[in-house]
Design a protein around this ligand. Structure first.
Ligand code: G6P
Length: 611
């Protein structure tokens, strides 16, 4: 939901800002803009509707805006339609202050009313223009940027990452955040502001994680942090371990294709990060065996694909550890007044660690005094910092809006949790434990093997290119894969699809099956194959075209399926890790065939920092 960047240093700012925005375009891509201080005490702004390439053209790759200090923004519209007028940065009335903002100012209407009564005029529909003019109001009152921003913080409700240029302070940026991400990197005589690490990875790996309501005064190679009383706050730099290459396409046509191909490595790294001396070890993640023994129930909260990884984890955890698990959408959990239960462990799964609903769900769980564990991909993100314990998935930066490798690494974290809980709770034999641990280590190779057969999925996608409706059905873990496969298809190929537990189809949705409707059955659970197969036959009798994702050479499947997609065998509990790969590829190739923007699908943003 919007990406912000800032730069101050020796280089021309605009090209650096455009480069950073390109890495953040996954956060929003309906308009973009830059503001640069030109060294003669002018703030020059350029804004353009549409993708970043429009701004690039308009500014001749940034050459049109001279100066070594500036801020930039890529927008995902909240207040006001995507247009040049609503694009950030926004100015105060006399163009002496410019600001970019990510988040939502909830009381903007009330503030706009008050500022209007003070004589302020508004040219856009955005809450950001209100924020800029509120900073202006306090700056004119106090004559000090830090005090102005501190007053802004005290006055607004909502979430924000705000970066501000003041004409009176050339070569300096002032910034603040609350519940929207912001990092500040330094390198030699340069400093960088960004909503996310990939934007600055090329320039530095030394970053400060800005805490809520901390005010940053950013100068060449130097950052000073203040609290709201303008007292200096000492902070430590964190070294990022991701490499710059991981934020580049590396010869692949799309980030999504590259990220799908990174899955064998990511799964391997995540598995290796969880095993110590041949055993799953959670002691580094703030969850000791003693803590685990106290847990009587688990609630997983997450959004989107992370929620789907939670659904898969639920099946595996309940099966292996015999512990009740509930999986909830963060947006529901946060408002449904959940019952406080000190024996419940709340697990928040999130790639970005910044999803607004998941962060709010985590806070709700903490308020209710429940123990919390975060499964997060981004180091130092808000959810990682606020949870009692944190387990980092090892997916590296994920740029494509539709997640693939982060989802795969979340699955692994779920399996590891299940194995760990099963050992502590004594619900697994040593033999089975070892068997599953060894199976876990074979997954990367098996995923690699599926990726090598990607042409067959591409062919299947070309056959399915005209389908208007697709159903995914499966049971148990296979059902968990179906909901993810269906989401991938909707997200990037814009094809209507539904995922149903196979047994549920005849309770309504079967009425939608007609001649040629594509039904994809996931048949990876040996004990459930026949059951799902009968449900597929029911749809076939009504004209459906059947594709089956399976791991055996079961003749019964061949007799029913028009298309059979075979993946290597794995234990049914880990089936999601393999069955999801052809479904990701299917969505990808369909999206490419339709000429869609695979990495930046319409209306979506990768990191949803508004509710
Ligand atoms: C967005 C993304 C999804 C992601 C979801 C949750 O909708 O497009 O890919 O699964 O947010 O994001 P999180 O960062 O919390 O995993």
């Amino acid at each position: 939901m919007c990406g912000i960047v800032g730069y101050v240093g020796e280089k021309q700012a605009a090209p650096v800002l455009l480069d950073g925005l390109e890495k953040l375009e996954y956060r929003g891509y309906d308009s973009a803009g830059l503001a640069v201080l030109d060294g003669k005490n002018n703030i020059n702004i350029a804004r353009a509707k549409g993708k970043l390439c429009e701004l690039f053209k308009k500014t001749d790759g940034g050459k049109a805006l001279e100066g070594v200090c500036g801020i930039g923004h890529t927008r995902w519209a909240t207040h006001g339609e995507p247009s040049e007028n609503n694009a950030h940065p926004h100015f105060n009335d006399d163009k002496t202050i410019a600001a970019v903002h990510n988040g939502i100012i909830e009381n903007y209407a009330e503030l706009k009313g008050k500022l209007s009564r003070q004589g302020y005029e508004f040219y856009s529909e955005t809450d950001t223009e209100v924020a800029t003019k509120l900073v202006d109001y306090y700056y004119k009152k106090h004559g000090d940027p830090v005090r102005a921003i501190a007053n802004f913080v005290l006055r607004v409700r909502g979430s924000y990452a705000l970066a501000v240029l003041f004409k009176d302070y050339p070569d300096q940026i002032f910034a603040v955040r609350k519940d929207s991400p912001m990092i500040i990197g330094v390198a030699g005589g340069e400093a960088f502001i960004a909503s996310d690490v990939p934007a600055i990875l090329k320039y530095t790996k030394s970053v400060y994680y800005v805490a809520n309501t901390e005010i940053a005064h950013v100068e060449k190679g130097k950052v000073t942090f203040y609290n709201l009383d303008k007292e200096v706050v000492e902070k430590d730099l964190t070294e990022i371990t991701w490499n710059a290459q991981s934020a580049e396409k590396d010869g692949y046509e799309h980030f999504m294709l590259k990220e799908m191909h990174e899955q064998p490595r990511v799964v391997k790294d995540t598995v290796n990060g969880l095993i110590k001396d041949g055993k799953i070890d959670f002691s580094d993640f703030g969850l000791s065996d003693k803590d685990i023994a106290k847990v009587k129930h688990i609630t997983v909260v997450a959004c989107g694909s992370a929620y789907h990884a939670g659904v898969a984890a639920q099946y595996v955890l309940e099966e292996l550890a015999r512990i009740p698990v509930r999986v909830e959408l963060s947006s529901e959990f946060r408002y449904r007044n959940p019952v406080a239960d000190k024996n419940c462990l709340v697990i928040v799964i999130s790639q970005s660690g910044e999803t607004a609903d998941s962060l709010a769900a985590l806070r709700e769980a903490k308020k209710l005094k429940m123990k919390t564990l975060a499964i997060v991909n981004v180091l130092g993100s808000s959810i990682a910092r606020e949870a009692d314990g944190v387990l980092y998935t090892k997916a590296g930066p994920e740029i494509a809006v539709a997640t693939t490798k982060a989802y795969s690494s979340q699955l692994i974290a779920g399996y590891a949790l299940a194995l760990k809980f099963a050992t502590v709770r004594n619900t697994i034999t040593q033999e089975r434990y070892k068997e599953l641990l060894s199976e876990l280590s074979t997954l990367p190779e098996k995923i690699e093997c599926i990726l090598k057969q990607k042409e067959s999925i591409q062919h299947f996608a070309s056959e399915a290119a005209n389908k208007k409706n697709v159903f995914f059905i499966g049971r148990g873990v296979d059902y968990a894969v179906c909901i993810e496969g269906s989401l991938k298809l909707k997200e990037i190929s814009y094809v209507h699809s539904e995922a149903y537990a196979a047994g549920e189809l005849k309770h309504g949705p079967i009425s939608l099956i007609e001649d040629g409707t594509l039904v994809i059955g996931v048949l990876m659970q040996e004990n459930l194959i026949e059951k799902t197969l009968s449900n597929l036959v029911e749809t076939k009798s009504r004209g459906a075209y059947i594709a089956a994702v399976t791991c055996g050479d079961d003749k019964k499947v061949e007799n029913v399926a028009d298309v059979k997609i075979t993946v290597p065998y794995t234990d049914g509990l880990f089936a999601a890790s393999l069955a999801v790969i052809p479904l990701q590829l299917f969505a990808y190739y369909l999206s490419v065939l339709k000429g869609n923007d695979v990495d930046k699908p319409r209306n979506l943003a990768k990191s949803v920092t508004v509710e």
